[in-house]
Design a protein around this ligand. Structure first.
Ligand code: PLP
Length: 415
């Protein structure tokens, strides 16, 4: 099909030309002199994106799932008790990962479309008087439902309960798109991948380990080899790796960090908030339901749209793919066929969102779903025109900031 493919799934996201060009180079010697400078720029940029002064970056070839595994085997002993909340497919799989690695997981089933309730965290941890829970697992942005949990409130609940459990957070579809505050929320380990807000192809797990978690990795007995972060930390501090790193991805990552720095983290978060708001206005104009129940928990990176009863969401996706060259995200797990997901994260601007919405309303209509054609695009367009009038509503590329905003400068509202 001529023209470009619209990849509007919630990750992998579109890789900007600038990043592709940065990776289009001869493979360097990964034990040669080029590496330390590259690794140092990447790790210092990532710590700014995680908003941490104390956390250390660990990179593994792999994906977010590998990051989960690393977060667990480096901080927990087999048979440790773990508290987890099933609010979607990824939070369920994070819990499943811990279970398969021999943890005893209390997985609390909650309605999909809601976030992790801080009150429940408080209740469970307060009741755990002998502090048997070793960790709490939370997915910051549940990509399967389009819900962002309030990690800051979870941390406050843990502190209010006086519980020492570690806080392991999946930031796979939030990092670099939605405000994520590693230090302020006293996160012990955060896990991300390269293929979402960091705008790279899939291929690396990006882990941030806090001081408590790093210390714990020397004490725990969980079996690990590839995902043992101790040799990785030791080598990365010198600018190298104990394994063969994805060197070309590192050049891409450096470029991505520079791009995020030019826009400024606050600008990146504001852009994602604006684009997401435009998408939600379109969904409402179609008369369809957003799966996320509470506006406080709306995700700024992905919107799960509920299709009317009797409609197969996958049929809508198939039409979009085959007739319009537009990829939308599938409903996962128990949401299969019930929702489709619009990804609005990474390198994305207003016109791309409008084209996505145009394609989505066309596909809905072609698949026989009665929506007022043009209503979604119009609602979104009107909103973007209003938002564009204020400087905060400017598109990326206008800002001339040279470095990733320091954490103290980044103070957008936590959803
Ligand atoms: N966690 C979340 C929130 C995700 O969205 C995903 C994948 O989309 C994962 C974990 C799994 O990551 P990966 O597919 O990179 O292994």
């Amino acid at each position: 099909m001529p023209g470009r493919h619209f990849l509007q799934i919630p990750g992998p996201t579109n890789v900007p030309e600038r990043i592709l060009r940065a990776m289009d180079r001869p493979v360097p010697d990964h034990r040669g002199p080029e590496l330390p400078g590259l690794v140092s720029e990447v790790t210092s940029g990532l710590t700014q994106i995680f908003q941490t002064a104390s956390g250390e970056i660990v990179l593994f070839p792999g994906s977010g799932t590998g990051g989960w595994e690393a977060s667990i085997v480096n901080t927990l002993n087999p048979h440790d008790r773990v508290l987890a909340f099933n609010v979607g497919q990824f939070s369920h799989q994070f819990a499943e990962c811990a279970q398969r690695l021999d943890m005893v997981v209390d997985e609390i089933d909650l309605p999909w479309g809601t976030g992790v309730p801080a009150e429940l965290v408080h209740e469970r941890l307060s009741a755990d008087r002998d502090h048997s829970y070793a960790a709490v697992l939370v997915v910051h942005n549940e990509t399967s439902t389009g819900v962002t949990s309030n990690v800051g409130a979870v941390r406050e609940a843990m502190d209010a309960a006086g519980h020492p459990a570690l806080l392991l957070v999946d930031a796979v579809s939030s990092l670099g798109s939605i405000d994520f505050r590693f230090d302020e929320w006293k996160v012990d380990v955060a896990v991300a991948g390269t293929q979402k807000g960091l705008m790279l192809p899939p291929g690396m797990a990006v882990v941030c380990a806090g001081t408590r978690a790093v210390a714990r990795s020397d004490e725990v007995r969980s079996r690990r080899y590839f995902f043992d972060w101790r040799p990785v930390l030791a080598e990365m501090r010198q600018g190298y790796f104990p394994y063969t790193p994805a060197t070309l991805m590192l050049y891409g990552l450096r470029e991505a960090i520079r791009m995020l720095g030019e826009e400024g983290l606050a600008g990146v978060f504001a852009r994602h908030a604006r684009l997401a708001d435009g998408v939600r206005r379109a969904v409402r104009a179609w008369g369809l339901q957003i799966l996320c129940r509470s506006p406080q928990e709306y995700s700024n990176t992905v919107t799960a749209v509920v299709v009317p009863d009797g409609v197969d969401a996958d049929a809508v996706r198939r039409v979009a793919e085959q007739r319009l060259n537009l990829s939308l995200g599938a409903g996962l797990g128990r949401l299969k066929g019930r929702v489709f997901r619009i990804g609005h994260l990474g390198a994305l601007n207003e016109l791309e969102v409008l084209a996505t919405l145009a394609g989505t309303e066309m596909a809905l209509s072609m698949a026989g779903v009665q929506v007022p054609v043009g209503a979604g695009v119009t609602a979104c367009e009107r909103y973007f025109i209003e938002a564009q009038v204020t400087p905060a509503g400017r598109s990326p590329g206008y800002s001339q900031q040279s470095a990733v905003s320091s954490p103290s400068k980044v103070r957008t509202r936590q959803k």
